[in-house]
Design a binder for this molecule. Sequence first.
Ligand code: AMP
Ligand code: MG
Length: 342
Amino acid sequence: MNVYDTCLLKGDEKGIKKAAELLRQGETVAIPTETVYGLAANALDHKAVCRIFEAKGRPQDNPLIVHISDINRLEELVTDIPNSARILADKYWPGPLTMIFNRSLIIPESVSAGLSTVAVRMPSHPVAQAIIKAADLPLAAPSANRSGSPSPTTVAHVLQDMQGRIPAIVDGGECEVGVESTVVDLTGKQPKLLRPGVITPEMLISALGGVGIHPAVKTKLQDNEPAVSPGLKYKHYSPKANVLLVKASPQRFTDFVNGQKGEGTAAMCFDGEEGALLVPFVTYGSRHDSKAQAHRVFDALRRLDEIGAATVYCSCPDEKGIGLAVYNRLLRAAGYEVIQLD
Ligand code: AMP
Ligand code: MG
């Protein structure tokens, strides 16, 4: 692993130019997007892509999303563009939606981790767009965290994980969405949701007429089950603490957690529901505001480490709409351990 003197670039013209130069030289750069910070490299350069895997400590069988700023760039990356993709691109690009296509041969195998498909997204963040344009390259970019830990939504989070491991980070402020893009596979007979995000199943159904949901969105894949989307099989988004998801009313949650009180026990709960808790806690938005939960969930998971939590009881979010994305991330942070009290 190279040791870098990681430089912090502003999201202005000078910073964007410097980031683009580094990317064209085959280096990695952490860039802001509207979802989470991404660790970008030239998607057409195998060696550059390998640097992403190395910096993150990411398993080689977990493919990357390719980011573009111009729809015309899509044609060279994929073998065919189904009508469903055109409909979704019209509606949701640029934005937090990733689509899976059959890949063209210019995509190195390292990007698609040996799959015959490639994931593509057009981000809406102005700094991400400007960097892609200035580099004039499609950029492979997974989230800019060490593999397994919560995705970064601020420069401070990226620094925690990546300082010394990458040459530069571009500052674009706090990420607005807070959870990664919705991933939808368009290579089969029916569109299939592989990862929920703020583009919800309801929105996909209304645009396409129907969408399947991969079972791994809500349940653990068996060890011998083939993973369509290899990222789905890993425990992910976890703080150092052991997280358990608790499905309960506010009152039952508080009573239960207080009953578990002890060294290292902590809670992760909704705003306004912390009053009677007798253990250290972090909050992550109102119970009724999935958008706020999405915006704050990864920061809350990181703060659990700061308060020295060893075991965390996390109040379970509603699974409807954007809530499904929050639920999915917490379920995986908890290694699918759910305590049902109601
Ligand atoms: P991250 O890079 O952390 O945002 O994760 C990217 C996600 O997209 C992972 O869960 C991958 O498994 C998924 N992904 C990327 N490329 C593909 C692909 N070709 N087919 C299915 N899933 C993919
Ligand atoms: Mg990730």
